[in-house]
Design a binder for this molecule. Structure first.
Ligand SMILES: NC(=O)c1ccc[n+]([C@@H]2O[C@H](COP(=O)([O-])OP(=O)(O)OC[C@H]3O[C@@H](n4cnc5c(N)ncnc54)[C@H](OP(=O)(O)O)[C@@H]3O)[C@@H](O)[C@H]2O)c1
Length: 165
């Protein structure tokens, strides 16, 4: 399984249920990278989707303990159920948020990480893969600057080929 996330310099990913700084270049990268894939998100991240609608051109999976049905989404009650469902898709990507990234990281072997080089206040964080021995930076895919903010789209890979779970 794969994941995609945008992190600030302190590996913060969001505040108050949303992303305080979101670059259009990263939105484009997200659209292109997830196109056609199964995308898996926690219920709080879905609450931040435009109109809380499923992302077009993708198979949308929501994870929630409390909500049983969300129009346009297949709802899973556990991360294990979502991981099992992911095995039925040619490509499945975890798209957030903080709690789902943490719980599903052990299932992933590929991470698309956009580093947005700013410091901003976050209340939700992604694990710092630069400090983890089980992950390495494999490739810089893109880099640029938008509104004075530099960014890089990076591909991280798990060192052990098989995911841990
Ligand atoms: N920078 C990025 O790339 C990026 C991407 C996505 C999200 N974000 C940010 O991340 C933040 C949201 O993250 P978050 O951690 O607060 O919420 P989240 O991970 O999106 O969703 C949390 C919800 O998922 C459900 N859930 C979590 N673990 C579960 C489990 N084991 N079994 C069943 N359901 C489970 C629960 O839903 P119920 O309450 O319905 O039971 C829980 O409230 C926002 O600030 C958002 O903007 C950033």
């Amino acid at each position: 399984m794969e994941l995609i996330v945008a992190v600030y310099d302190d590996w913060g990913i969001g505040c108050c249920g949303t992303q305080p700084i979101a670059l259009s270049a990263d939105r484009k990268f997200f659209r292109e990278t997830t196109r056609g894939a199964m995308v898996i998100a926690g219920r709080r991240t879905i609450a931040d989707f435009p109109g809380q609608k499923p992302l077009p051109g993708r198979v949308n999976v929501a994870i929630s303990r409390n909500v049983k049905e969300i129009p346009g989404f297949t709802v899973c009650a556990t991360v294990e159920e979502a991981a099992k469902l992911a095995q039925t898709a040619p490509r499945a990507m975890v798209i957030g948020g903080g709690s789902i990234y943490k719980q599903m990281l052990p299932y992933c072997d590929t991470a698309y990480i956009t580093k947005v080089h700013v410091t901003t206040q976050s209340d939700t964080f992604f694990p710092n893969l630069d400090e983890r021995e089980d992950w390495y930076l494999a490739e810089t895919l893109q880099s640029g600057e938008e509104n004075g903010i530099t960014y890089e789209m990076l591909l991280y890979k798990r060192k052990i080929k098989e995911p841990q779970k």
